[in-house]
Design a protein around this ligand. Structure first.
Ligand code: PLP
Length: 494
C-alpha cells in the first residue's frame, strides 16, 4: 500500500508517519497533523455492508495507518471493539425514532461516544512506541472536567507499556462523575483531585508538559509524557469508521449526518468519511447556546469573544473548537497559521474571502456543512417530545442535535435520510433528562434514585458502567493543591 504521510496544518514541511503523529499528538509548531490525502475506500459498500463493526474499522484504519502492518491494525481493532469493552455485540447500532436514525455510540465502558476512540488509542500508541523504538513507558497526563478523563482511564487501564494520571477539580465534577473516576480499576491508573477548578488543573498540566528538567528526570527513570486529547489523529481516524459503518447499514442513495459538536472532532470524522467516498448530502453541525460554530458557518467569521454559557450539555460548552483547524486548512492552506495566530491574539478570524473563492461552484469544503443550534429550552422540549411520541429517551447532547435537525427540516424540507450521532447514554445525565421529561413534577434525588427512576420510565436496562460506578470500591483518594501536581507525579513514578 502506498505510504500515507501526515503534515502540520501550519507548515507542510513538518511531516510524520502515522505512528509518529500518534506518539506526538500535536505537531512541533503547535499545528495539527493532517493526512497528505484522504484515502478512498477499497472495498465496495456491498462488501462493507456484510461486515461486522471491527471488520469495517479495520478496513478504514489500515488505509490511514500505512506504517502499521495489517496484523497490528487487526490486533488493535480486536483489543478495542469487543464485548469486554462494549455492552452490545455489534458495538454500535442505529435506532429509528421520530423520522430519523440515532447512531448509538454510547455502548462503551463510560457510556459516551469518546469510548469509540479511547478504547483503541492506547493500543495504537503502544504499537507506535514499539515501531519507533521508544524504550520508555508512556505516561498519559490529562486534566479533565469529568468525562474525557474517565474515558481515557478506561482506555489505558492495564495496557502494557502505558500509565495514566488524571487530575480533576475536586469540587468541579458531579458526584457520579467523581465516583466513576475514583472506582477506576487497573494497576497503571492514577486519579488525583485538586483543590481548584478545571482551568487550574489544565494550566498546571500544560506547565508540566513543558518543564524540560522534569521531562529529563522522568526519562532517566524510564518514562515519557504524552497526551490523549482529541486532536490526536489516533482519536480522529477511528471515529471515521462508524460513519462508514452507519452508511453501510442503511445503503440509501445519500445520507445526512447530524452531529452534536464541541471540539469539532466527531463531525470532522464524518467529513473525512465523506471524502473517503460515503455519499453524504449534508453535515449538520449542532451547537448548544455556545453557538460559535453556528455563527461561523453563517457568517464566515469565527469569534470566540462572547460569554461562556454553562448548559446541560457540558461536553459542548466550548468556545475554541480545536479540530476546526483541520477544516480551515482545507480552505486556507498556507494561510492557516496566520488565522490561528489571529485566533490566539484577537480571538477571531474570517474566512469570508477564502470560502467565497473555494465555493464558487457550490462544492467547496464549507458547502457540505450547515450550522444549527438548539437552546436549553429547545433541547428539553426535544427530550420530552421524542419520549412522548416514541418512548425513546435522548441524552441532552443528542437532544441538541435532534432539535437542530428538526429546525433544519422545518427550514429546508430536505427529506434525505438523516443519521443523528447519539453521543451519550441518558443514564449519564439522569437528572437533566428526568427534569426535561417530568417538567414541574421533577424532584431531586440521589444518583441511584434518579437512575432507577429513569430506568422505570425508559425501560432501558441500567448499563454495567453505571453499576460499576454506583457499587464499585473507591480505589483512589489523593487530593492536592494545583502547585503540588508535579510532586504527586514524582511520588508515583520516581
Ligand atoms: C465530547 C462530546 C461531544 C462533542 O464532541 P466533539 O468531538 O468535541 O465535537 C458531544 N457529546 C458528548 C456526550 C461528548 O462527550
Amino acid at each position: 500500500m502506498q505510504e500515507l504521510l501526515y503534515h502540520s496544518t501550519r507548515d507542510t514541511s513538518l511531516t510524520a508517519t502515522a505512528s509518529q503523529a500518534i506518539l506526538r499528538g500535536i505537531a512541533p509548531d503547535g499545528g495539527l497533523y493532517v493526512p497528505d490525502r484522504i484515502p478512498t475506500l477499497r472495498k465496495s459498500f456491498d462488501e462493507l455492508s456484510m461486515m461486522s463493526y471491527p471488520e469495517v474499522a479495520y478496513e478504514v484504519l489500515r488505509l490511514f495507518l500505512t506504517d502499521f502492518s495489517d496484523e497490528e491494525v487487526r490486533a488493535a481493532v480486536n483489543a478495542a471493539y469487543n464485548t469486554e469493552n462494549f455492552d452490545r455485540d455489534d458495538i454500535t447500532c442505529l435506532m429509528k425514532a421520530n423520522g430519523a436514525y440515532y447512531l448509538e455510540l454510547f455502548h462503551g465502558r463510560t457510556i459516551a461516544f469518546k469510548d469509540m476512540a479511547l478504547s483503541i488509542l492506547p493500543h495504537l500508541m503502544s504499537i507506535s512506541a514499539k515501531k519507533n523504538n521508544l524504550k520508555e513507558k508512556i505516561v498519559i497526563l490529562t486534566a479533565t472536567s469529568g468525562d474525557t478523563g474517565k474515558a481515557a482511564l478506561e482506555g489505558f487501564a492495564n495496557v502494557p507499556g502505558t500509565g495514566i494520571v488524571v487530575f480533576y477539580p475536586k469540587d468541579g465534577v458531579s458526584t457520579f462523575q467523581e465516583r466513576q473516576m475514583l472506582t477506576q480499576e487497573g494497576d497503571n491508573t492514577h486519579v488525583i483531585g485538586i483543590r481548584g477548578n478545571f482551568d487550574d488543573a489544565q494550566r498546571e498540566v500544560k506547565k508540566i508538559f513543558t518543564d524540560e528538567a522534569f521531562a529529563a528526570k522522568m526519562k532517566s527513570a524510564g518514562y515519557v509524557f504524552s497526551s490523549a486529547n482529541s486532536i490526536n489523529i489516533g482519536r480522529l481516524i477511528p471515529q471515521i469508521a462508524y460513519y462508514v459503518y452507519a452508511y453501510t447499514r442503511l445503503m440509501e442513495d445519500e445520507i445526512t449526518f447530524v452531529v452534536p459538536t464541541g471540539n469539532f472532532g466527531n463531525i470532522l470524522a464524518a467529513y473525512y468519511a465523506a471524502k473517503m467516498g460515503v455519499p453524504v448530502s449534508k453535515l449538520i453541525c449542532a451547537s448548544n447556546d455556545n453557538k460559535v460554530l453556528f455563527d461561523f458557518f453563517e457568517s464566515g467569521v469565527y469569534d470566540r469573544n462572547r460569554d461562556f454559557i454553562l448548559t446541560s450539555s457540558p461536553s459542548m460548552d466550548i468556545l475554541i473548537s480545536s479540530n476546526l483547524e483541520r477544516l480551515i486548512y482545507e480552505i486556507a492552506g498556507d494561510k492557516t497559521a496566520d488565522l490561528m495566530s489571529s485566533l490566539a491574539g484577537s480571538g477571531k478570524y474570517s474566512v469570508k474571502d477564502l470560502a467565497g473563492k473555494s465555493a464558487e461552484d457550490g462544492d467547496g469544503p464549507l458547502d457540505m456543512f450547515r450550522g444549527e443550534y438548539a437552546t436549553e429550552q429547545e433541547m428539553q422540549e426535544e427530550i420530552r417530545h421524542v419520549y412522548k411520541d416514541c418512548g425513546y429517551v435522548l441524552d441532552p447532547h443528542t437532544a441538541v442535535a435532534s432539535a437542530s435537525y428538526r429546525k433544519y427540516l422545518a427550514d429546508t424540507r430536505d427529506l434525505t435520510p438523516a443519521v443523528i450521532a447519539s453521543t451519550a447514554s441518558p443514564y449519564k445525565f439522569s437528572a437533566s433528562v428526568l427534569r426535561a421529561i417530568e417538567g414541574d413534577s421533577f424532584r431531586e434525588g440521589t444518583d441511584k434514585e434518579l437512575i432507577e427512576r429513569l430506568s422505570k420510565l425508559s425501560g432501558v436496562e441500567i448499563p454495567a458502567a453505571v453499576d460499576r460506578a454506583l457499587n464499585g470500591t473507591i480505589r483512589h483518594n489523593t487530593v492536592c493543591d494545583p502547585a503540588d501536581m508535579e510532586k504527586e507525579i514524582e511520588k508515583i513514578f520516581l
